[in-house]
Design a protein around this ligand. Sequence first.
Ligand code: AMP
Ligand code: MG
Length: 638
Amino acid sequence: MKSKVTGLVLAGGRGTRMGRVDKGLQPFRGSTLVAHVLARLSPQVASVAINANRNLPQYQVVAGASPVLPDFLEGFAGPLAGLQIGLQFCPTELLLTAPCDSPLFPLDMAERLHAAMAVQDADLAMAVTMERDPEQPDAAPYRQPHPVFSLIKASVLPQLDAYLETGGRRMEGFFKSLRVAEVLFDDSAAFGNINTLEDLHRAERATPAPAPAPTSAPAARSADSDPAALPVDEAQRLICDRITAVEATETLPLLNALDRVLAADIISPINVPAYDNSAMDGYALRGADLPVDGAAPVTFKNIGIAYAGHPFTQAPQANECIRIMTGATIPPDCDSVLPQELAAAIDGDQVTIAANAIRAGANLRRAGEDLPQGGIAIAAGKLLRPADLGLIASLGIPSVTVRRKLRVAFFSTGDELRSIGEQLEAGCVYDSNRYTLFGMLQRLGCDVIDMGVVRDDPQALEAALRQAAKTADAIITSGGVSEGAADYTRDIMALLGDVAFWKLAMRPGRPLAFGKVQTEQDSAWLFGLPGNPVAVMVSFYLFARPALLRMMGADSKLQTMQARATETIRKRPGRTEYQRGIVSNAADGAPQVRLTGAQGSGILSSMTEANCIVVLHHAQANVAAGQLVDVLLFDGLT
Ligand code: AMP
Ligand code: MG
């Protein structure tokens, strides 16, 4: 189907209601409206073109190698003029139009319009939605056609030319002369357009995402051998570019702040340590009294004792010293400590130091050497661990400001899934992803909203996504996102949001959906993970986890270490592979790793057996025994 269709973005209007700005070039979610529309259209069609009448060079930048077509007719004659030049250019059998001011239309639009066109043997298939009058919410819904979202046979060009000759300019007027199939789309918001600058700002505010929609990525890679296979790091970057941290914070007593993310730098109100003190039990003295070349023994007179918490405040005279305990304040004028075990001889109050025993300045902890007053003790973004709590306590700070907890809703999809306690009929499996996802989210410190299993039913899926968007910052689903999936998950996700479906160059975990679910009032980031029990975990760790950490305001680097492969590992270049492994210490003490055996993406037992994932990078080929490989320790994946 796709190969038969050319996409045309209609951007040739006057933008009258926007104050005559060039609508398509208006900034939107980190790029422009037209770029968003193009990114949504490209994956659905074989080639694209933009119809524009002003600022052609700027449109050309967005279009890249695709053409920018000004109207053939004079004087901003409206969308039909755009359609005319589009049909004149159209190198394929069919043309799909989308206006530059509707950046959220469904990703399966071409497919659905085409299906209806074929079934009804129509010249044109047009999107329609059912709408309600907000003024009269009880009145029956009415049918709203969207003629600018149409799939049209290129062969109707002569009819269009004739219609334009008569002076006709209205799309629906022209459509009267054609066999039209109407396709009802459920989500009217997806066809909503942006007419005024106010609409635009509202849409911007609703989704302050900084980067262009990731839907563009697979299209941009269409020249590759596997057109839609996106490398893992690219997918991670696309996700990371869009996600921003939740802003709300709360202030908590220190003991409640474990595993939370620090929202503001902790500034040290004091020097730590607060005063110069001794690092050893021994004798405090003036470095100036040590022999210059250190070559000869020297004897000091002990004049008192300094205990931790009980300073000795008298300054020593030449060649006098003070017995001092670890942590005690260094007495006035002293700058060095002789550890007691280095005293060559002690005779009453006479302490003899062997030649070269210490240097001036030795064994002192200086005020502020750990943390200077006014310095950053812990930077914002740190996930607070026990040592951090201790450090904050050492500054006398009783409470800290942390980001609010992230709310994450999750559910499993698939008609074959049964919950624990239910009868397991033939062909069914227990929903294990619910438990792995629960565990992984809990470990991240999220407020987890467990929505259980959602049946493969469009209404149930839509209701679940809407409900999740209402309550959560992010939604994690498993199952139903692969290309061949027989269920409705993909359709509903595409309808309800600005969601991209990626085929990733990785194993396991090839399919992934990512984007924003957007209802009238609410929105939430969506991570549609694959259904296979190992794939769901690997995809969670690689894509959802870093994104969720970013939303939590935390640093999200995954720590890998290296270990020696104990055996040959087969690996095909051109995709990243994640294999389950067991790290141990070799006889020489160095870390080594062996694989757990069967690596099928449904084999969860080998995941429990493993203590790490061996990461075989995109370009990497077979690994020989003894070669170092990167591993991701499960223990590091808090
Ligand atoms: P899907 O990604 O929906 O095509 O599912 C791929 C495979 O994973 C199928 O064998 C499913 O039965 C299985 N699967 C999907 N979801 C779950 C789940 N929540 N628990 C266990 N297995 C699942
Ligand atoms: Mg499924």
